[in-house]
Design a binder for this molecule. Structure first.
Ligand SMILES: C[S@@+](CC[C@H](N)C(=O)[O-])C[C@H]1O[C@@H](n2cnc3c(N)ncnc32)[C@H](O)[C@@H]1O
Length: 229
């Protein structure tokens, strides 16, 4: 009988974000989800009026960076961080002709590297892979990396109200049984963490089942980052 070491066994049973198979399945599926596109539209609504520098935490193939570049043509620099080799390869290929974009390998379980300050920090369905303690320390680092008036917009997978609703959500997004890498937190808990980290104007701007857009802003009395109605 084939003798597999424990780690190989776990990888065979549960592909991770570092495996091409999981990345291909995700990138082929997620863009077709109407709910994802609705969440992205809400994210665009939450952007500051002007964005010079944007950081994407867990950028994957660069989908959110493309969204921001499409919505804010004045962006001078976009930085994407991820720790999945196949995702990094896709993102680098996507922006190979765009010298505004840098894609760096970084494990979000570690403190953010020094990258200067940003008008906007976004994240798409990534932070829920971190344990709750790291989620909270990361929020502190986000606040430190935002300019006065800067916005944090986290399009996230969140915990549903009951296990049955959670399973129904996973079924509807084409991932029955869920993702063993998910470490989900309820929305209210996350909004509290955002306020505790120093973000203001914190709210859940949009929700569909287990998808939510959580937004906050670093204070600047002289700036009005949110577009007026
Ligand atoms: C569901 S995908 C989302 C990708 C992309 N942000 C999007 O909106 O489609 C989750 C991403 O988080 C990344 N990720 C998970 N854990 C990470 C970690 N500890 N450090 C950096 N990236 C991580 C994965 O590699 C993957 O690209």
């Amino acid at each position: 009988m084939l003798d597999l070491g424990h780690n190989s066994y776990v990888r065979l049973m549960r592909p991770t974000w570092k495996d091409e198979e999981k990345v291909e399945e995700y990138t082929g599926r997620v863009g077709r989800l109407a709910a994802r596109r609705a969440g992205e539209s809400e994210l665009v609504e939450a952007l500051p009026e002007t964005v010079s520098r944007v950081l994407d935490l867990g950028c994957g193939d660069g989908r959110l960076i493309s969204l921001v570049l499409g919505a804010r043509a004045e962006v001078a620099e976009a930085v994407g961080l991820d720790n999945s080799p196949p995702m990094l390869a896709l993102a680098r290929a996507a922006f190979s002709d765009d010298d505004r974009v840098t894609i760096d390998e970084h494990d979000l379980r570690e403190a953010l590297p020094t990258l200067g300050s940003f008008d906007l920090i976004v994240s798409g369905f990534a932070i829920h892979h971190l344990d709750h303690e790291r989620k909270q320390t990361l929020l502190g680092e986000v606040v430190s990396a935002l300019r006065p008036g800067g916005v944090f917009a986290n399009l996230e997978v969140v915990q549903c109200g009951t296990p049955e609703l959670q399973e129904e959500f996973y079924r509807r997004i084409g991932r029955p049984g869920g993702d063993p890498e998910d470490i989900l937190a309820p929305i209210d808990l996350q909004l509290g963490w955002m306020r505790d980290a120093g973000l203001e104007q914190v709210d859940c701007n949009w929700r569909w089942r287990g998808f939510a857009l959580l937004v906050g802003q670093v204070s600047d009395a002289d700036l009005h980052a949110f577009p007026s109605a």
